[in-house]
Design a protein around this ligand. Structure first.
Ligand code: GDP
Length: 365
C-alpha cells in the first residue's frame, strides 16, 4: 500500500527487495496495493491479502515482507490469511543491522533497538485466546486475560526493560574504548576502504568488482576483522581492505537511527570512503546530501577522504551524469554492472590510499 505516486512506490519496493537480498533472502514476487488509507485490520485489505495468499501458494514463498510498519494486530491478521511468516520493514532492517554490527557498541545498540521493537509486540495468553474466540484482539478485556499468561508477559516485559537499562549504561561507558581500537588498527599498516551509500546503489556489486573473484579475507593479518571485509589490491600491488557498510534506507524509523549510526562507525576508522551513488535514481543529489549528513555525525569521518562513485552510468541519463560530475569534482563514473570505469576507479583508489610510510604508528596509551 502506498500514499505516493506509482513511481515512488516502485522505487520503494525495489529498495525493499534490495534490503531483503542484503538480509540473505531471495525475492520471488511483489504486489502493490493502492488505497486511500491502510486497512486497520489487515493493512492491505482482505481482497489484496487473499491475492497475496495465492501468490504465496504459487511461488512457495516462506516469508512476506510488508513495506511499512505494521501494527502487531495487523501482522497477526495477515499471517492468519497468508499462513506464512509476515515481517515489516523495521524487522527486516533490524535483521540487517544485527548481521552488520561489529563493534561492541554496535551490537549493544542493535540489541537495544531490537528489544525496543519487541516490547510492545509481546503477546499475552489472554490476548491470543480472545482472538481465537471472537476474532478480535482485545488484550486485557474480559475473562481469560488475567491468567498466568499475563503474569508471564509482565515478567518478560520487566526482564526486557532491565536488559535495556543495562545496555544503555554499557553504551554510555563505551566511547573511550573506541579511540583505542582505532589506534591498534592503524598499527597494522594495512589501508582500509569503506563503501557507503544507499541500499540498491550497487555497493556489493562494486565490492565484487574491486575484489575480483570475491575471495573472503583469510590471511592471518586480517583475521581479527569481520568476515565481510574483503582484501583487494591496487594496480601497483598494494594490499588494502574493502568493507561494505549497511545501506542507507529511505525514511529510517526513528528508533533505529542510533543503531544504524553505530553500524557506520567503521567509516570513521578507514583511510578512504567510497560513497556510492545510483545516478539513475530520481534524486541522486538528495541522496548524496542525506548520506553526508549522517556520516558527518560519526566520529572521525571528517578526516576520511571521500571519493564519490557515480554508479549505474549504463542506465542513467547522460545529462544527469554530467551535472553530477560538475557538482562533485572528486567523483568517478562507473557501471558495476558492465565494468565500465572500474579500471579508472582502481587507479583513483590507489592514488588516494596512504603510502606505507604515511601510515603512522600510533602508540596506545
Ligand atoms: P547494494 O544494496 O548497494 O549493495 O546494491 P547491489 O550491489 O545489491 O545492487 C542493487 C541492484 O542494482 C542489483 O539488482 C544490481 O544488479 C543492480 N546494479 C548494481 N550496479 C549496477 C550498474 O552499474 N548498472 C545497472 N544497470 N545495475 C546495477
Amino acid at each position: 500500500w502506498t500514499r505516493g505516486t506509482a513511481e515512488e512506490a516502485e522505487v520503494s519496493l525495489r529498495e525493499l527487495a534490495a534490503l531483503a537480498e542484503t538480509a540473505g533472502s531471495q525475492v520471488l514476487d511483489g504486489v502493490l496495493q493502492r488505497r486511500q488509507n491502510p486497512d486497520p485490520g489487515t493493512y492491505l485489505g482482505s481482497g489484496k491479502a487473499a491475492e497475496l495468499a495465492e501468490i504465496v501458494q504459487a511461488t512457495g514463498a516462506d516469508t512476506v515482507i510488508i513495506d511499512a510498519d505494521l501494527a502487531p494486530s495487523q501482522r497477526r491478521a495477515l499471517e492468519d490469511i497468508v499462513r506464512i511468516k509476515v515481517i515489516d520493514r523495521t524487522a527486516l532492517i533490524l535483521d540487517i543491522f544485527a548481521q552488520h554490527a561489529k563493534s561492541r557498541e554496535g551490537k549493544a545498540q542493535v540489541e537495544l533497538a531490537q528489544l525496543e521493537y519487541l516490547l510492545p509486540r509481546l503477546r499475552g495468553w489472554g490476548e491470543s485466546m480472545s482472538r481465537q474466540a471472537g476474532g478480535r484482539v482485545a488484550a486485557g478485556a474480559g475473562i481469560g486475560s488475567r491468567g498466568p499468561g499475563e503474569t508471564k508477559i509482565e515478567l518478560d516485559r520487566r526482564r526486557i526493560r532491565t536488559r535495556m537499562s543495562k545496555l544503555r549504561r554499557e553504551i554510555a561507558a563505551m566511547t573511550p574504548a573506541r579511540a583505542t581500537q582505532r589506534s591498534s588498527r592503524r598499527r597494522r599498516h594495512v589501508p582500509s576502504v569503506a563503501i557507503a551509500g544507499y541500499t540498491n546503489a550497487g555497493k556489493s556489486s562494486l565490492l565484487n568488482r574491486l575484489t575480483g573473484a570475491g575471495v573472503l579475507v583469510e590471511n592471518a593479518l586480517f583475521a581479527t576483522l569481520d568476515p565481510t571485509v574483503r582484501r583487494a589490491q591496487t594496480p601497483d600491488g598494494r594490499d588494502y581492505t574493502l568493507a561494505d557498510t549497511v545501506g542507507f534506507v529511505r525514511s529510517l524509523p526513528t528508533q533505529l537511527v542510533e543503531a544504524f549510526r553505530s553500524t557506520l562507525e567503521e567509516v570513521g576508522e578507514s583511510d578512504l570512503l567510497l560513497h556510492v551513488v545510483d545516478v539513475s535514481h530520481p534524486d541522486p543529489e538528495g541522496q548524496i546530501a542525506a548520506v553526508r549528513a549522517v556520516l558527518a555525525e560519526i566520529e572521525g569521518v571528517d578526516d576520511v577522504p571521500e571519493l564519490i562513485v557515480l554508479n549505474k552510468a549504463d542506465v542513467a541519463d547522460p545529462e544527469v551524469v554530467a551535472r553530477l560530475r560538475r557538482r562533485e569534482p572528486r567523483s568517478v563514473v562507473v557501471s558495476a554492472y558492465t565494468g565500465a570505469g572500474i579500471d579508472d576507479l582502481r587507479e583513483r583508489v590507489a592514488a588516494e590510499l596512504p603510502r606505507p610510510e604515511e601510515l603512522v604508528e600510533v602508540v596506545v596509551p
